[in-house]
Design a protein around this ligand. Structure first.
Ligand SMILES: [Zn+2]
Ligand SMILES: [Zn+2]
Length: 307
C-alpha cells in the first residue's frame, strides 16, 4: 500500500481521499440522471406502494418494521458506516461480511458504491466550497429529485484509493457486482413463509422507505438542527436531529459525526440516544467487538471548535 501524505498533521484526513497532490475541485461538475438508480428506485417504489397495498397483512407489516430496523442497525449503521467505511471498531471477518451484506440489502448501493459516495461527499463538505449536490443546499424537492435519482460527475475529482484489502477481497467484489441480487435469498425466504405480501413489504416497501428516509435524514442533517461543534473552513456543517435518534439507530447525531468522523460512538452527550452504540457495547461484552473508537481516542483537530 502506498504511503499516505497528510496535508496537515492535525487536521482530519480521510485515508482514501485526502492526499497532498493533486487536489480535486468540489464545485464544478455535472449532475446527471442515473438510469440504473432510477430503474431500481422506481420499481421498488411501484411494488412497495401498489403491491404492498393489495397484499397488506399484520404479519407483513410486522416483518417490514422488524426487518427495516434490523438492516438499518446491523447493516447500514454498524456494518457499512461504522465498520466498513470508518473502521471505528474491530470484529471477526465473518461478522463484517454479514453486516456489510445486511447493509447492501438496505438498497442504497453495494459496498464499494457506498464507500465512494460517502467519502466523496465527506471530502467535498470539508472543502471551502462545494457543489449543491454535496451540500444538500437546494430546495427540498430538487434535492430529493437529485439525491434519489441522480449522480454527480466532478470535472476534476480528487484521487480515490480504497484499501487494497477491501478492493482485492473476492467476497466484497461479489457483493458489489450483485448488490441488488442480494435481496433474492431473502425474497425467496419471505415468499416461502408469507407469500407475496411478505415479499412486497419485506423487500420493496422496506427498500423504498430506507432510500427516502436516507435522503430525508441527509437533507435535515446538513441544513437544520442543533450544533455543538463547528468545523472551521468546511463548506458544510453537520446538524443533530434529536427526534430521529431511534429511527436512525443513532446516525442522526450528524454534527458529532462531522466533528469526530472516526468515532464509533455517535451520541456523545448526555441524553443522546444511540442504539448503534448500545448494540456495539453489548457485542463488546460478548467478546465479538474490540478496539472501539470513542471521541477521546481520536486525533485532535485544529479546525474543530466547540460552540
Ligand atoms: Zn455530512
Ligand atoms: Zn461517515
Amino acid at each position: 500500500m502506498k504511503a499516505i501524505q497528510h496535508s496537515h498533521p492535525n487536521h482530519y484526513n480521510n485515508p482514501r481521499i485526502d492526499r497532498e497532490v493533486p487536489l480535486g475541485n468540489a464545485i464544478s461538475g455535472t449532475v446527471y440522471l442515473d438510469i440504473g438508480k432510477t430503474i431500481w428506485v422506481t420499481s421498488m417504489l411501484f411494488i412497495g406502494t401498489i403491491g404492498s397495498l393489495v397484499t397488506a397483512s399484520v404479519g407483513a407489516i410486522l416483518l417490514f418494521i422488524s426487518f427495516t430496523a434490523l438492516t438499518l442497525l446491523f447493516g447500514h449503521s454498524l456494518g457499512m458506516h461504522r465498520r466498513f467505511i470508518h473502521r471505528s471498531y474491530a470484529c471477526p471477518k465473518w461478522m463484517e461480511y454479514l453486516f456489510v451484506h445486511l447493509g447492501s440489502i438496505v438498497g442504497l448501493a453495494g459496498p464499494f458504491g457506498m464507500l465512494k459516495t460517502h467519502d466523496m461527499r465527506d471530502w467535498a463538505q470539508r472543502q471551502n466550497q462545494c457543489h449543491d449536490y454535496f451540500s444538500h443546499a437546494s430546495v427540498w424537492y430538487k434535492d430529493a429529485y437529485w439525491q434519489i435519482l441522480h449522480s454527480i460527475k466532478l470535472d476534476t475529482p480528487p484521487p480515490f484509493e480504497p484499501e487494497r484489502e477491501i478492493v482485492d477481497d473476492p467476497i466484497y467484489q461479489w457483493m458489489e457486482a450483485h448488490w441488488m441480487l442480494q435481496q433474492l435469498p431473502w425474497a425467496i425466504l419471505f415468499f416461502a413463509v408469507g407469500g407475496w405480501g411478505w415479499v412486497c413489504w419485506g423487500i420493496a416497501s422496506r427498500v423504498s422507505v430506507s432510500i427516502i428516509g436516507h435522503w430525508l435524514i441527509g437533507y435535515f442533517a446538513h441544513n437544520r438542527g442543533h450544533r455543538d461543534w463547528h468545523v472551521e473552513g468546511a463548506a458544510v456543517q453537520g446538524h443533530n436531529i434529536k427526534w430521529t435518534a431511534l429511527l436512525t439507530m443513532g446516525e442522526c447525531w450528524h454534527n458529532n459525526h462531522h466533528a469526530f468522523p472516526a468515532s464509533a460512538k455517535l451520541g456523545i452527550e448526555q441524553g443522546q440516544w444511540d442504539p448503534g452504540w448500545w448494540t456495539l457495547i453489548a457485542l463488546e461484552k460478548l467478546g465479538l467487538v474490540r478496539d472501539v473508537v470513542t471521541p477521546e481516542k481520536t486525533q485532535a483537530r485544529d479546525e474543530l471548535v466547540r460552540l
